[in-house]
Design a protein around this ligand. Sequence first.
Ligand SMILES: *[C@@H]1O[C@H](CO)[C@@H](O)[C@H](O)[C@H]1NC(C)=O
Ligand SMILES: *[C@@H]1O[C@H](CO)[C@@H](O)[C@H](O)[C@H]1NC(C)=O
Ligand SMILES: *[C@@H]1O[C@H](CO)[C@@H](O)[C@H](O)[C@H]1NC(C)=O
Ligand SMILES: *[C@@H]1O[C@H](CO)[C@@H](O)[C@H](O)[C@H]1NC(C)=O
Ligand SMILES: *[C@@H]1O[C@H](CO)[C@@H](O)[C@H](O)[C@H]1NC(C)=O
Length: 446
Amino acid sequence: MTVLSCPLSSLLLTVALVLADPTSSCADTSSLITLFRAYSGNASDHFYTTNVSELDNDALLGGTYTFEGEATFLWSTSQPSTIPLFRLYNQDFVDHFYTMSSDEVLEMIDQGWAYDNTPNHTAGYVYPYSICGAAPIYRLFNPESVDHFYTMNIAESQDAMKDGYQDQGIAGFAMLPSVDGSAVKDSAGPFFLPSTMTALPESQETATSSLSCADNANVVPLLRAHARTGTGQDHFYTTNSSEMNAALLNTYSFEGDAAFVWSTQEASTVPLYRLFNQIVNDHFYTIDANESNVALSLGYAFDTDSHIAGYLYPYSICGASPIYRLYNPSTTDHFYTMSQTESASASGYVVEGIAGFALLPSVNGQPQMSASPLLLPVSLKPSASTLAYDFPTTIALGPTSSIVPSNAGSGSATPSPNSEEISQSAMSRRAFIISMLWLVAKWIFS
Ligand SMILES: *[C@@H]1O[C@H](CO)[C@@H](O)[C@H](O)[C@H]1NC(C)=O
Ligand SMILES: *[C@@H]1O[C@H](CO)[C@@H](O)[C@H](O)[C@H]1NC(C)=O
Ligand SMILES: *[C@@H]1O[C@H](CO)[C@@H](O)[C@H](O)[C@H]1NC(C)=O
Ligand SMILES: *[C@@H]1O[C@H](CO)[C@@H](O)[C@H](O)[C@H]1NC(C)=O
Ligand SMILES: *[C@@H]1O[C@H](CO)[C@@H](O)[C@H](O)[C@H]1NC(C)=O
């Protein structure tokens, strides 16, 4: 089991990755700028801008918007591996909307949003994947008040979901702000992506093509089991049903399909390394070879011949959704789930980020082929809709537009009748600043 099958497509991917110079494909961190966040309770609108003059004079001066701190650090001009984060506005709903999908822009324009008056229609430039130490910007939507909300704070996004917001995936990847107001440059931690991965323009292009998607017909369930052992506990994952059955004869209880992954390497997939620590009884899974080395130095060992639990995507492409990774320090348990609800309610666990991207399991035991279209831009280029790969057409339609209720904009939202731009609804500046408490997650391996 040490020799792995290596189809031509993955060989080509490997070659492309070896040729790619990882340093030259990262954006220049010295030109990062702050994307500020403001909120209007009256209009139920989250507003984000890098333009201090627009923030101060147009949004805050009128008193309609309240400053809420730094949302993220991104770039104001195009940089290596970045793509535009488009900014749109809907004056009827008073909703600022941000997306890196040019297809979604067109759909939203169809639904009444319009480009806002910003350079090149952008709010800034972000990474489409988690590379170069960038962390995810979560996107949420409240259909009741018609508000798109963006945050890098996973705790805040989970609170918002208890408060009427729906998870709309990841809006892009950028640098986390820190409590002292500067960017946390390597905030995402190595486990967000293997350090060998890059997103050169070429690979972004092929990421949307049929060649670079793994074959959905070949997915296998990654089975999940759980055991309590004295004070500790362990979550165990394997695609090998014989091994699972053996574990169930012992202390483990079966908990169903965790994800659908590939048992051999296919296009765009990377290995998910599997390690075990006998002393603390913890199975640990990572796509980052460096992190598995760190784990080895901390007493973990590979416990299978292949060292690999399966293959999955390092970023959200081809209809794949995130596998959340959590850790409970008191029971030394690494826990992996694709259910955001479950990750939000896992008591004692800290969300450590995203372990990789795979196909969602469904209730009937089958994988969901196009699980979360909004987790990635529909296209990185406007021409992507012409590509051979069969992206479901529902992606282009966009959940946002389909869940906007016809009576949206009423209720608590009171849009200013005259406002063409946010600027015209502003009135007087708030005397105080609500400071944001940023959960700078401990991305360090525990
Ligand atoms: C910043 O905002 C001000 C006020 O809205 C506007 O006049 C100016 O053109 C903006 N600058 C850029 C670079 O967009
Ligand atoms: C919010 O709306 C209420 C009622 O429409 C109004 O009385 C109040 O002045 C508004 N507040 C701000 C800050 O615009
Ligand atoms: C706008 O686009 C043009 C042409 O692509 C580019 O030269 C310019 O730098 C862009 N400006 C910004 C602020 O992104
Ligand atoms: C599956 O697990 C069984 C029992 O642990 C083991 O004997 C077998 O080699 C495993 N198969 C693979 C393909 O790893
Ligand atoms: C990963 O490992 C390589 C080789 O050992 C090393 O050069 C690199 O700095 C490591 N990267 C991280 C993020 O630890």
